[in-house]
Design a protein. Structure first.
Lengths: 485, 447
């Protein structure tokens, strides 16, 4: 018998696009031609792609059903550590869709696009105020793109100083993209172990910092959710040897209005607007990773940048020391608009409060769960806390099992097996937009899962059973890649 | 503040649990010397209605806007976007999810990307497409780096001067700190890339061509591909207008090894240049050298078909500095949007729309020629083309602007040798009467 679309409840099955449709259907209207047909040389003509033809409702049902298989922040708590899955305000979407702003062609003359240039200029100013670093480029399209741009700035600065540098220091508590970003600029990453308390030791940096090292890439707060308390002394050591300090600002949501990156000794820092500044993650993008630098390094930033002359705004291309372009146009402008909308809605006081509450939520979870799960480092945490499955080993239950069981209970699991310095890591970042009763319910659910691990461990090993799919065979996907239908 | 749900009572209760007296005390591990010296210098908060008013004021400062006919393409195209797309891509289950690390509750994103990869591979005539890169320019830079990895000891890459000038700028930025050498290939008088100097370049890993190129000219990709392969280099084909492949031969058919470009045309507004998406595809044998995310098909414990992120051993979080790229995200929702657009058009619709765009630009060319203008490059073009006028075009440009038509892009800034010449673009959004109005102004002597 042919399968019916219904499954349990209202989770529908849905085939792949090309398993649907009939040749000759239309899913969108195309204007009738009002010009004569023209000939194109046969040799240049192709047959056109083999796409399915679908009607409008075919497309609408297809994507509506697909969307229902997804878990988003609007569905529920998404405590994915290191990713800052906070609420994405609806007004930001409306602002980004403003027709005058969204329809703008990126190569129009400055005089015709004053609104967009003003937004870019003001956002640069706001991000400078938030970091304490006065030079800002909005071009990088994501966090890792910001890191790469930062490393290009390092390389340009050292070249200008006629100083040949080949290495870069990267602590084991830095973000995973850092080594690859540095390697793109020809720097060989030198790993540094964090201390027993999860904090980078001054001596560890002093031992390896030399005049062939371009500088250090520090994530602060680090990926253990801990503040790098020695950052100023570390920066002094790096600067004394002619190096530069890169601050990975991916965890800025913990410290807005609390720390000044500039006072910490950071020279270059990217921000993730899709984390700290509430723009939606979109299932993996687009993000935005603006780069903030000291006054000394400003001249190396990508071109163009928005500047203000009296009452008008323009794009400034006149920067002979610039590293050049990193994006075809002005970065992910639509994402910048959303972040602008968020900062204007929040203001300084609420941004600081957001960081305080993000830290409060994480500290509260850490305190409430520390006997239930094994705490990796018993220190004051910032916006996230890291546990492990150490206490579940006797039940032969792993981090993965607990994460999958949380799905059955209606949660997106925390980040698992990262950071690598914690074996079996469970990294929880609640963000400030979760209220106390939701946090309490999450804590109770984790406790319930840990109890189930003792009472009925098979429940966890088989989990999830309530989701659209059961556990998927990732080995098979990698061994015999099927990447195209 | 409506985004911050905590009441004062709750804050007090939570502080009690963590053993702190105040919110400030939560930051006791932060040394004094690292702290802000005062409040951040930001404007006062705006409520929803004041923000809406403020944005409306900014919108008014956009003197060229969606009511104008902007006859500029140059890597950012105005096409009709069906209303279904805004509705579907705006679904928060897609929009507020992250990278599908937990595939059991992210099948919507995963199947959506798998479908995108498949449609993209079919469009470009390639075996495999990835889940997208930031934009067309960074996709080209990544393609050249990939070519250098595959070419092993070969230290040089060559790119056509007819590739979008901003893309070439980004490539230069990416390659600058490396020891690799970037060679620029000239353009002949037909507006096509001239490969006659290729034999003089030793150690060439890859050659990149754009088609349709920056001047709208459709390159003879098959012939170029043969020459490039004849010199033992990889053939990278790049694009800014994927709609062209509804009508012209796709790069895969012409022998390209890697194909990359900008997908903004597929359902995304121009949005001042971003976000769009970098489409990226290659032949099967190069997959393990490809940057970016990939979604693959597999089965779950019950044997049911499902999708997961795969081949992640190429990626930065596992291979660290030896990764194929530092990229760890894709353009997410833009990727799904492009797939929604491609599936809304279908094969038949894509052909019809590409044809319409071609016919419009041919009509535009003919009208301009009739009125005394000259089309600079003789080769066939798609969508856009370069025009030279008998007299100074600037007064006419100004008159047309008063009629709310932005008449092309002056090229002197990008190609000094083409100063005073204009790149025009027309798509299905430009009606015949607008084309006729422009042509009419060209023939009218300046008043």
């Amino acid at each position: 018998m042919k399968k019916t679309p219904g499954r349990s409840g209202l989770i529908f099955d849905e085939p792949l696009l090309w398993e649907k449709g009939k040749k000759g259907r239309h899913g969108m209207s195309i204007p009738a031609s009002d010009v004569p047909a023209a000939a194109l040389p046969e040799a240049l003509q192709g047959a056109g792609p083999d796409f399915p033809d679908l009607s409008e409702i075919d497309v609408v049902r297809h994507y509506t059903r697909l969307s229902q298989w997804n878990y988003g922040v609007d569905s529920g708590m998404y405590p994915l550590g290191s990713c800052t899955m906070k609420y994405n305000p609806k007004i930001n979407e409306k602002v980004a869709a403003t027709p005058e702003l969204a329809a703008a062609h990126p190569m129009l003359g400055d005089e015709y696009v004053q609104g967009n240039l003003q937004i870019m200029f003001e956002l640069q100013e706001y991000l400078a105020a938030i970091t304490g670093l006065p030079g800002v480029s909005l071009q990088p399209a994501a966090g890792a793109h910001g890191e790469l741009t930062g490393m290009l700035v390092f390389a340009a600065c050292h070249r200008a100083r006629h100083s040949k540098r080949t290495k870069i220091l990267i602590p084991d508590t830095a973000h995973g993209t850092n080594p690859a970003s540095a390697a793109l600029c020809g720097y060989k990453p030198v790993p540094i172990k964090s201390g027993a308390n999860g904090i980078l030791r001054v001596e560890s940096v002093a031992e390896v910092m030399d005049e062939e090292t371009a500088g250090i890439m520090i994530t602060n707060p680090n990926t253990l959710g801990l503040f790098e308390t020695n950052i100023r002394q570390i920066a002094e050591i790096v600067h004394a040897k002619g190096g530069l300090v890169y601050g990975d600002g991916a965890n800025m949501n913990a410290v807005m209005g609390v720390i000044s990156a500039a006072r910490c000794g950071v020279d270059v820092m990217h921000l993730n607007l899709h984390k700290t500044f509430s723009t939606p993650h979109g299932g993996g993008g687009p993000g935005a990773g603006p780069l903030c630098v000291t006054g000394e390094l400003e001249k190396y930033l990508p071109i163009p940048r928005a500047v203000k002359d009296g009452d008008t705004y323009r794009l400034d291309f006149d920067c002979p020391d610039s590293v050049g372009r990193v994006h075809a146009f002005h970065g992910n402008f639509g994402v910048l608009l959303r972040a602008y909308s968020y900062i204007r809605t929040m203001g300084a006081e609420n941004l600081k409060k957001a960081s305080q509450l993000a830290v409060l939520n994480a500290a509260y979870i850490k305190e409430k769960l520390k006997g239930t799960l094994q705490l990796a480092y018993n220190r004051p945490c910032m916006h996230e806390c890291v546990f492990s499955d150490g206490l579940q080993q006797e039940d032969k239950i792993t981090t993965l099992d607990m994460a999958k069981r949380l799905i059955d209970h209606g949660y997106h699991p925390p980040t698992i097996y990262f950071p690598l310095v914690v074996h079996g890591a469970i990294m929880i970042e609640p963000t400030e937009t979760e209220c106390k009763e939701d946090i309490d319910q999450f804590i109770e659910t984790v406790k319930l899962v840990v109890q189930e691990a003792k009472d009925n461990p098979e429940l966890l090993r088989q989990a999830p059973v309530m989701a659209k799919m059961r556990r998927l065979d990732e080995t098979r996907a990698a061994r015999n890649p099927c990447l195209c239908g | 503040m409506r985004y911050l749900p905590h009441t004062d009572l709750e804050i007090g209760a939570m502080l009690d649990v963590v053993g702190r007296k105040s919110l400030d005390e939560l930051f006791c591990s932060v040394p004094e010397g690292c702290r802000c010296e005062g409040p951040m210098d930001l404007p006062e908060p705006l409520n929803e209605w004041s923000l809406t008013d403020h944005v409306a004021q900014l919108a008014e400062k956009m003197t060229v806007n969606h009511h104008d006919k902007v006859l500029i393409g140059a890597g950012s195209y105005h096409h009709n976007i069906p209303v279904t797309i805004a509705s579907l891509m705006g679904r928060s289950e897609f929009l507020t999810a992250y990278t599908p690390y937990q595939p059991e509750i992210a099948q919507g994103t995963l199947q959506g990307i798998y479908e995108y990869q498949t449609l993209t591979a079919r469009l470009l005539g390639m075996d495999v497409a990835n889940a997208s890169i930031y934009d067309g320019a960074s996709a080209l830079a990544e393609a050249l780096l990939m070519g250098l990895r595959i070419g092993k000891k070969k230290p040089k890459v060559a790119i056509s001067r007819a590739i979008h000038p901003h893309y070439r700028a980004v490539v230069k930025t990416y390659l600058d700190p490396s020891q690799y050498e970037l060679v620029e290939l000239p353009v002949d008088e037909d507006g096509r890339t001239d490969l006659s100097g290729l034999g003089d370049i030793d150690g060439l890993a890859a050659v990149a061509i754009q088609s349709p190129n920056f001047f709208g000219v459709i390159e003879d990709l098959s012939a170029l591909g043969q020459t490039i392969h004849g010199h033992g280099a990889l053939f990278i084909s790049c694009f800014t207008e994927p709609l062209a492949y509804g009508l012209v031969k796709n790069p895969g058919e012409c022998g390209a090894d890697i194909v990359c470009g900008e997908g903004q045309s597929f359902g995304l507004p121009r949005s001042f240049g971003g976000p769009g998406l970098g489409m990226f595809a290659c032949r099967d044998q190069f997959v393990r050298n490809m940057p970016g995310r990939l979604v693959g098909e597999t089965v779950d414990l019950d044997g049911k078909r499902g999708f997961v992120l795969t081949l992640s051993t190429r990626e930065q979080h596992i291979r660290r500095e030896k990764a194929t790229s530092n990229i760890c995200s894709n353009q997410g929702i833009c990727t799904l949007t492009a797939a929604m657009y491609m599936s809304s058009l279908g094969g038949s619709g894509l052909r019809q729309l590409a044809r319409l765009n071609y016919d419009k630009s041919e009509y535009f060319k003919a009208q301009l020629i009739k009125n005394g203008a000259k089309v600079v490059f003789d080769s066939p073009t798609f969508n856009e083309f370069v025009v030279e006028f008998k007299a100074d075009f600037r007064p006419i440009y100004t008159r047309l602007l008063e009629k709310r038509i932005v008449a092309g892009l002056e090229l002197g800034r990008y190609y000094p040798e083409l100063a005073g010449k204009y790149l025009f673009c027309v798509t299905e959004t430009v009606a015949r009467d607008v084309i006729d109005a422009v042509a009419g102004e060209v023939s009218t002597p300046p008043s």
